[in-house]
Ligand binder design. Structure first.
Ligand code: ARG
Length: 264
């Protein structure tokens, strides 16, 4: 995770960033610290990367890479403003002892590449390009399922879908998603893959409910996604609501702030 020391909204690269409500830096920091504490209280290890001045979106560490079984595919950002983040994330992984593959095509890490047990769900339409999906499959050696995003408010796959359970124990992964964020064909593909999925409403999705992080049991979920939270409880999950609303002004929430380092 990356402390929001330089977090701000200074350019517009998604519809959430066009609002003129200024960011409250103290509130952003307190909310981010609350998220770190939440993970630690659930027993997870949190490591941090040093934020860099002039990179207001670097707090969204999910976009820096995707890690599958200890293999790191780095990032190549669509927006020129975010491109200098790539070498910083790469340096962090190298210092931590990982090899990093630099993608040749636009590829925004876990924003669009979502490991779901036996497959990698891969979003395209706004940021990550289909050629990067192929690159991810070749480098990570995991079958890729390409999904088309069609609503600019849900510009990254991780704003429209999250993995509830990667199937490590049950051998069957499950997800929660907002169907209308996807093209008709991608929606059908998701229905076939995940007949038991938790379906979210537009309100939940707009409250960043699909930008949650699940460990298979606890689901750290943005606090405004109330219907989704109720559905998760019904399904036997333990929702852990957190308020990270300052980050919504930049189009990110819980998951965007969280890079999951999946080692073997
Ligand atoms: N302002 C950032 C951008 O548009 C937000 C990134 C959110 N991250 C995510 N994983 N969806 O690139």
């Amino acid at each position: 995770m990356c402390e929001p020391r330089y977090f701000d909204v200074r350019y517009t690269i998604n519809p959430w960033m066009s609002g003129d409500v200024p960011v409250d830096p103290a509130r952003a920091l307190a909310q981010w610290q609350g998220l770190v504490e939440t993970y630690r209280s659930l027993g997870h290890t949190v490591e941090t990367i040093e934020p860099l001045p002039g990179l207001p979106d670097m707090v969204f560490a999910a976009n820096g890479a995707v890690v599958v079984d200890g293999r790191v595919l780095g990032s190549r950002f669509h927006a020129v403003e975010r491109r200098p983040e790539t070498p910083a994330f790469e340096a962090w992984f190298k210092a931590a002892g990982f090899d990093v593959r630099e993608p040749e095509f636009v590829c925004e890490g876990e924003g669009d590449l979502v490991p779901a047990g036996r497959v990698l769900l891969a979003g395209t339409g706004f940021r990550t390009v289909p050629a990067a999906h192929q690159e991810a499959q070749e480098y990570l050696g995991i079958p890729v399922v390409s999904l088309h995003l069609t609503d600019p408010y849900f510009y990254h796959l991780d704003t429209a879908l999250f993995v509830l359970d990667d199937g490590r124990e049950t051998n069957e992964a499950n997800v929660a998603y907002y169907p209308e964020a996807f093209s008709p064909g991608s929606r059908e593909a998701l229905e076939r893959l995940y007949p038991e999925a938790v379906i979210a409403t537009r309100e939940d999705a707009l409250a960043f409910g699909l930008n949650s992080v699940s460990d298979g049991k606890n689901v750290v979920v943005p606090h405004g996604a109330t219907d989704l939270t109720a559905r998760l409880t019904e399904r036997g999950y333990q929702p852990v609501p957190v308020d990270v609303s300052e980050f919504h002004k930049a189009g990110g929430s819980v998951k965007c702030c969280t890079q999951e380092v999946r080692t073997v």
